[in-house]
Design a protein around this ligand. Structure first.
Ligand code: IVH
Length: 707
């Protein structure tokens, strides 16, 4: 059906056609996913899907509740559609012992300026080991469900979520907009029964309930999700048109009244001692709960205090996950292999006689670095009482949650006779270049740079990873395959974007090889093309420059705003006495080590040329500044000095940054505003000399509307 035909449709015809399409596409989906025997070609599937979307675009009111556009089964070719979270979905910082919990309480008190004696209530509840889900209700109706994804953009799993009995479809007496967040999980009994059914049917079984829950929710065919026994606990919220309550504990009770399952082991605790005793209560019940939990989550109870505490880049200051201790097992170390990472780091990996640690079979574990193997820390002090680790040893393997398993200890009484010291290589096992250890670096690194294939491949894997370019259909496996492709190699990031042109635009070379069909090749080119337009922070993170992680890349992007300005400034920052270097290290969160690594990457000719080739292929979007609507201090550089009385320095700084200001530690000609409390000394004088506006604390609070 051509666009002209769509334009000519009557409403009744359109409704009938949408019904037909929903049926045909639904069947095609089921055939594809349940029997692995597609009934129609990918191309025909896509054509029908586009037709459906075009009719819906002309008749939005006729869009069906079961529209194939939402049933991202649509996504046979594309995967799930994406949803940008109205409020980011964050993770939690972790604690592993009671000292960490004490420190959490202390730092909150410090941040809020509360004395050790002031009462400070928390909630404590089990940390459910499932996957988080955000449910959006508008006027009491469930309109959207999204997985966490990268925290900013998740997958649209609305149709699937509707099949979960614990998730209400309608709410009464709810705020007009309410996003409920919580964990989808599977009980032990349901998990065992599901695996038994899967095994019987010859289908794949799942390693643990968490994987089973994730695999079941992320089904392109919602009928499969429906057949899986998923559950949901609500424990948090996102966007709200009206507050739920004044405290965390009341808000949870409110969610319960609205019809959500909330965890019965949630308790209110006054201070760290009570938190720790509730932790012990939950830990004792862990084995008999019937579902997996991996720790206890503590949250400040008072929501206005939560608001004041706010967030670090990816975690709230007001919450903490106190993890259960790691699981341990003993096994034989069969070999030590060396892997080369994207920054050239030589990482020793233990190949183990497979052993089950906390329900998961482990056959590889990290040995960190050469000092760790030798039984000493980076300063030469003994670790493990100085015991070294050798091939053939009987070693203890340690696993904590998502953390990569590591070799923690060795039993010398079981050491085989004639075993030899492990000699760490001084040449890169991949490219033969010298592997050197610079002073102060715990790690030995390959000096091969771009000529080292291992580094290049790892850099590419990082480049396409989820938090970087996240190109659908181009993951770690495909990158490895393309790297060695004789015809269409991808050796550096820019090559990804020239792939289609190099293929001659006619898919001739890519298709029919390595399992690529016509449609999948077309999809890949489409997915690559989609990522040409990309945010500054992502590009910088994707380059994989040593020390420049995701949070730092975003900080830097926000500081410079657009790529061109950044490139010029970073080029000029090679002069460590000049203003551009000062500006770079003046960014809060950027230290000299990171700054130097960044400057080096852009100053090294081969690396710079590779970056330039990439940038020429992209349309880099300026970095969004934080929410600054109506902010009087957006873009201004502010310095705090002297004693602040109404808030702590940390709080003042975090607030100013949230309003789009840059907070600097020293006064210079670039300073726009000095906030001076009592006792301000040389900074106030310097500001006065430079004619910089100076406010006291009350003046500052009035300026930002918090007075
Ligand atoms: S609160 C702003 N409470 O743990 C943070 N998270 O490691 C909101 N999780 O992404 C999360 N049980 O998926 C919270 N009782 C609980 C939780 C919980 C499990 C998960 C959640 C989060 C992850 C962080």
């Amino acid at each position: 059906m051509a666009q002209t035909d769509i334009d000519a449709l009557t409403e009744t015809e359109a409704a009938a056609e949408l019904e037909r399409l929903s049926h045909v596409l639904g069947q095609a989906n089921a055939a594809y996913h349940t029997s692995d025997m597609p009934e129609i070609s990918d191309a025909e599937y896509d054509r029908l899907k586009q037709l459906n979307a075009a009719i819906e675009a002309r008749f939005p009111a006729l869009k069906r509740g079961d529209s194939p556009s939402d049933q991202v089964g649509a996504a046979v070719a594309e995967g799930f559609s994406k949803i940008t979270h109205a409020v980011r979905m964050l993770s939690l910082s972790n604690a592993f012992d009671s000292e960490d919990v004490q420190e959490f309480d202390t730092s909150i008190r410090k941040y809020l300026g509360l004395g050790a004696e002031a009462s400070l209530a928390y909630t404590a509840e089990p940390k459910i080991d499932g996957l988080s889900l955000s449910l959006r209700y508008e006027q009491g109706k469930l309109v959207q469900a999204a997985t966490r994804g990268d925290g900013e953009v998740g997958e649209n799993v609305t149709v699937n979520a509707r099949t979960i009995a614990d998730i209400p479809q309608k709410l009464t007496d709810a705020p007009d907009v309410l996003e409920v967040r919580g964990e989808v999980y599977m009980s032990h009994a349901d998990f065992a029964a599901l695996n038994a059914r899967q095994a019987e049917a010859g289908d794949k079984t799942f390693a643990n309930p968490r994987n089973a829950a994730a695999g079941s929710l992320r089904q392109l065919d919602a009928t499969i999700t429906q057949a899986r026994p998923l559950r949901f606990f609500a424990y948090a919220w996102g966007e709200l048109s009206k507050p739920l309550a004044e405290t965390q504990s009341e808000a949870i009770r409110r969610l319960e009244t609205l019809g959500f399952q909330t965890n019965p082991l949630t308790a209110c605790c006054d201070g760290p001692a009570e938190l720790l005793s509730h932790y012990a209560v939950i830990e004792r019940q862990r084995a008999t709960l019937g579902y997996d939990i991996d720790g206890v989550v503590y949250k400040v109870d008072d929501l206005s205090l939560q608001g004041r505490l706010g967030f670090r880049s990816t975690t709230p200051r007001w919450a903490l996950a106190h993890k259960f201790p790691a699981e341990l097992a003993w096994t034989t170390l069969e070999a030590i292999d060396i892997q080369v990472g994207r920054t050239g780091a030589l990482s020793p990996v233990a190949r183990l006689q497979p052993v089950t640690v906390g329900g998961v079979v482990v056959s590889n574990a990290t040995l960190h670095n050469e000092d760790y193997i030798a039984g000493r820390d980076a300063n030469g002090a003994p670790i493990r009482d100085g015991k070294d680790i050798r091939v053939g040893d009987w070693v203890q393997v340690y696993r904590a949650g998502d953390v990569i398993p590591k070799v923690a200890d060795v039993d010398l009484s079981k050491r085989p006779e004639g075993s030899e010291d492990y000699v760490f290589p001084t040449a890169c096992p991949e490219c033969g270049s010298n592997a050197v250890r610079e002073e102060g670096d715990a790690v030995r690194r390959c000096t091969g740079g771009l000529i080292c294939p291992a580094q290049a491949v790892e850099k590419l894997k990082h480049f396409v990873s989820r938090k970087a370019f996240d190109i659908e259909g181009l993951g770690a496996k495909q990158v490895e395959m393309f790297y060695d492709d004789p015809d269409l190699p991808i050796r550096e990031p820019a090559d990804i974007f020239t792939l289609e042109a190099r293929d001659g635009g006619n898919l001739n070379r890519l298709k029919n090889r390595h399992g690529w069909g016509d449609q999948s090749a077309r999809n890949l080119f489409g997915a690559i093309h989609e990522k040409r337009r990309i945010g500054f922070g992502r590009v910088l993170f994707a380059l994989g420059i040593r020390h420049v992680g995701e949070a730092a890349a975003n900080l830097i992007a926000r500081h410079y705003g657009d790529w061109d300005r950044f490139e010029v400034a970073i080029g000029a920052a090679t002069d460590t006495d000049g203003p551009d270097w000062e500006e770079l290290i003046g960014i809060d969160g950027v230290g000299a080590v990171m700054a130097q690594s960044l400057v080096n990457a852009f100053a090294q000719p081969a690396e710079r040329a590779s970056i330039d080739r990439l940038v020429a292929e992209l349309d880099i979007q300026p970095a969004e500044r934080p929410r600054i609507e109506g902010s009087p201090v957006a873009g201004k550089t502010v310095v705090f000095t002297g004693t602040l009385e109404k808030m702590t320095r940390a709080e003042a700084k975090a607030r100013a940054e949230a309003l789009g200001a840059k907070v600097s530690g020293s006064v210079s000609a670039k300073t726009d505003l000095l906030v001076a409390g009592p006792g301000a000394g040389s900074k106030a004088k310097k500001a006065a000399d430079l004619g910089i506006e100076t406010l006291d604390e009350d003046g500052w609070l009035a300026l930002i509307g918090a007075g």
